[in-house]
Write a protein that binds this ligand. Structure first.
Ligand SMILES: NC(=O)c1ccc[n+]([C@@H]2O[C@H](COP(=O)([O-])OP(=O)(O)OC[C@H]3O[C@@H](n4cnc5c(N)ncnc54)[C@H](O)[C@@H]3O)[C@@H](O)[C@H]2O)c1
Ligand SMILES: N[C@@H](CCC=O)C(=O)O
Length: 514
């Protein structure tokens, strides 16, 4: 087996790659509008009630009509997952890992098709879609290798006449609840981690992006996943959300999404229901309010570039997006001028033709929330760039920059999840780190500095799960920059890291007298 290496990104300036993506978009166009069933125990279950998944760049375009699970379907899926666990838990871990390796190979072969679907269903620009697909492949390759590393447990000491072992065994049935913003990578990563560790899964993907999740289910089946190991049950959170979280047979919940929903799930999972045999484990990866700090001794061109790319890549719809910048007062005006110049050059539009840096935001709810925050920003600071939308055909918001805000203003504290960034001043580096830390979240951050002492100060005092120096604060790579946050950003599960799979298992000690 070759050592893990992350999947390279595609260079779309190469004509051949560009043509391949155009053909992939045509292929996806050829299957738009189909009906998609639930998958329970391998069986396709088409329901009357379906949700229309649409293209956020062009709301009229239907991606698919997706069957919606009821509590009865969820109950059936739970029964199947519970039964399947009895065999799957003792399946050879190397065989389980092989399914992931095969799935990675299948997706690599169909890479541009998956990216094209992400362009259509999530409104991702080509480069962002390509990165999402690459990250999916990375999760498959990385977790398969991780399982091979952990399959024989961890060595513990034994005294003479004693044989001690420390092994990891799976937990049981897991509920995986994933967001729409990394509809392939995060959905796949959070599904295959429990799968490869010997658990069975109820997968409830985001309603906005359930078609890509269905296509991933097909890949797992083609790769050899037995029936009932992952059960695909898209559905309304109101109908089945609490039901699957509360279920007595749910052993763990892997949630990625907003803070409010994460906290709600965390609280509900703590309640022990009658007949429940285990305390539920919760992996919750939630929102962010991520800061780039710009020191006085810094490459200011790099600073502005990092702020703009991290704030506006995928329209700021990343938990890692830079939504606040804290700039030392000596260089504030210069950084603001450079950010303005760069942000004004960005264009927004349908990502399908790869002409624009930014695509749409995901839906009306998101659009309205962003517009509300733009109004709040106008009260709290000065609008420097953007602040406008184009809603005729799709959900487009122009890159928006507020300056002269205070670090504790609402737009500098609350997750907006759109292309809006605020820039505030600090009098010195210590104050900048204090302001950076002063949010409820603790996911990502970056420091742009040429001062080694300040860099070490930030390494010690800037309290975020993923801290970057002299670069932007988005774009963690599986296996290179394990990803997860502190405080109200979640349980710091560190997806794509060496501790991740262990969260889906329990340690078992055996001690035999010889
Ligand atoms: N920390 C991370 O790794 C990470 C990664 C991606 C996204 N996010 C966060 O996710 C959010 C954006 O995603 P979103 O809008 O899909 O989040 P969301 O919280 O609205 O939804 C996430 C998932 O939870 C489901 N859900 C909603 N209510 C539920 C309930 N009561 N019970 C069970 N399931 C329920 C949704 O259907 C969806 O599948 C942002 O806050 C972003 O920061 C975090
Ligand atoms: N892992 C991604 C963010 C995921 C959340 O949206 C990044 O590092 O930018």
């Amino acid at each position: 087996m070759i050592p893990y290496k992350h999947e390279p990104f595609t260079d779309f300036t190469v004509e051949e790659n560009k043509q391949a993506m155009i053909e992939a978009i045509e292929k996806v166009n050829s299957y738009l509008g189909q009906d998609y069933p639930l998958i329970i125990g391998g069986e396709r279950v088409m329901t009357e009630n379906k949700l229309r998944s649409f293209n956020p760049s062009n709301r009229e375009e239907t991606i698919g009509h997706v069957s919606q699970a009821t509590q009865e379907h969820a109950e059936r899926a739970m029964a199947v997952a519970k039964e399947t666990f009895e065999t799957w838990r003792s399946a050879n871990p190397a065989m389980r890992a092989d399914i992931l390796f095969r799935a990675a190979a299948i997706i690599r072969r169909r890479k541009h098709e998956f990216s094209a679907l992400l362009i259509k269903e999530a409104g991702k620009p080509w480069n962002e879609a390509d990165a999402d697909t690459a990250e999916c492949i990375d999760f498959l390759e990385f977790y398969a290798r991780e399982m091979l590393r952990l399959k024989d447990g961890v060595k513990v000491e034994s005294r003479p006449g004693e044989y001690n072992r420390y092994d990891y065994i799976p937990l049981g049935v897991g509920v995986v609840i994933s967001p729409w913003n990394f509809p392939l990578a995060i959905m796949a990563g959070t599904t295959v981690a429990p799968l490869v560790t010997g658990n069975t899964v109820l997968l409830k993907p985001s309603s906005n992006t359930s078609v890509v999740a269905y296509k991933f289910m097909e890949v797992l089946e083609e790769a050899g996943m037995p029936k009932g190991v992952v059960n695909y049950i898209p559905g309304s959170s109101r109908d089945i959300g609490d039901f699957i979280v509360d279920h007595v047979d749910t052993r763990f919940i892997s949630f990625t999404g907003s803070r409010d929903v994460g906290v709600h799930i965390y609280e509900r999972a703590a309640k022990v229901h009658e007949g429940q045999l285990n305390l539920k484990r919760v992996i919750a990866e939630m929102g962010g309010k991520d800061t780039i700090v710009v020191d006085a001794e810094a490459d200011l061109e790099l600073a502005a570039e990092s702020i703009v790319k991290s704030a506006f890549g995928f329209s700021g719809q990343k938990c890692s997006a830079c939504s606040r910048a804290i700039v030392l007062e000596e260089v504030y005006d210069e950084v603001v001028a450079k950010v303005k110049e760069k942000a004004e050059k960005l264009t927004v539009g349908n990502p399908e033709t790869n002409e624009h840096f930014m695509g749409p935001v995901i839906d009306d709810k998101s659009l309205n929330k962003i517009k509300e925050y733009i109004e709040i920003g106008k009260q709290e600071g000065k609008l420097l760039v953007g602040g406008t939308t184009d809603e005729a055909v799709g959900n487009f918001v122009h890159p928006t920059v507020f300056v002269d805000v205070k670090h504790d203003d609402r737009i500098m504290q609350e997750e907006i999840f759109g292309p809006v960034v605020g820039i505030a001043k600090a009098k010195d580096f210590t104050e900048a780190i204090k302001f950076a830390n002063d949010t409820d979240y603790g996911l990502t951050g970056a420091v742009i500095t040429n001062n080694r002492e300040h860099l070490e100060q930030a390494r010690r005092d800037f309290h975020v799960g993923n801290l970057y120096f002299n670069r932007g604060c988005t774009g963690a790579i599986v296996g290179y920059q394990p990803f997860g946050g502190f405080k109200m950003s979640g349980t710091d599960s560190k997806a794509g890291g060496p501790d991740y799979l262990v969260l889906h298992m329990q340690g078992k000690t055996t001690s035999e007298m010889l």
